[in-house]
Design a protein around this ligand. Sequence first.
Ligand code: GDP
Length: 319
Amino acid sequence: MVPSDARIFVAGHRGLVGSAILRRLSSAGYENILTATRDQLDLRDQAAVNYWFKANRPDYVYLAAGTVGGIMANSTRPAEFLYDNMMIHGTVVHASHQFDVQKLLYLGSSCIYPRHATQPIDEDQLLSGPLEPTNESYALAKIAGIKLCQSYRTQYGSNFISAMPTNLYGPGDNFNLESSHVVPALMRKFHDAKIAREPKVEVWGTGSPMREFLYVDDLADACVFLMDNYSEAQHINVGTGVDLAIAELAETLAEIIYPRAEIVFDRSKPDGMPRKVLDVTKLRELGWSPKHELRDGLQTTYDWFLSQDLADLRTASVA
Ligand code: GDP
């Protein structure tokens, strides 16, 4: 168990995942949570990261920082996705080794798995085939991050573990249509259409891709659980094990936000991976399972969205 007075660094605390981890740690009573904003610390800069680690001496690290985004951002900004993420993983893992961090949890993504992986996808399918082209750069950086943690474990005995969450959503998400994932994008589109009394709402692709969605507070809970209960080299999937078609997701969001909307599919936009649902047997056998149902999680996220300054959310950059 991580002691309640441990010094815990949450890298990426302003993002969807990092902010949820922060909430979870605070509610569990951890007193010494360390954070650094992008202005205070450029995580791509090894010298700056070393300096920060030397000054702040974290005992535990949650590595949730990175350049992230949906299918359009991933396919149009591959250089940023590869460079930023490789650098951030490299600097934080290396500094954690150099400054004697007791345990690090690295967060990857389900896009690390091959495009034609057998569904549901178990952990052993990593590197068993070609990647989905729309997120190849991001996936390569994320795979390098897993291998980095394993390599430090092999060479130095570091207790660095990796969790691979499925598609996430929840309060604190990015609602910028150019860089967001499907849940916040559709939430905003239905909301804006309702306000403008516009009957049609555009959904990218054919609506047939299958995706699994995990409420971000469930992921945060799983991360804290893994920090306490998991110390193996192999990465571990975090999800619900349940998926649905993008068309069904759109219908559910329409019911919550704008039931009279007419859903129109824009087939000029990419579908991405045909299906992506994780096999979560390993995590369930450890004793963890998610608590939030999709519909409830979507409703809570929409309520959060309504409570925000919408002008800020629309222009927010990538987390
Ligand atoms: P992915 O899981 O990496 O493909 O990430 P996304 O969340 O960006 O996209 C999931 C699926 O939702 C893809 O098939 C998208 O084409 C589809 N989708 C439908 N409408 C939208 C939209 O407005 N924004 C995004 N990002 N995806 C959309």
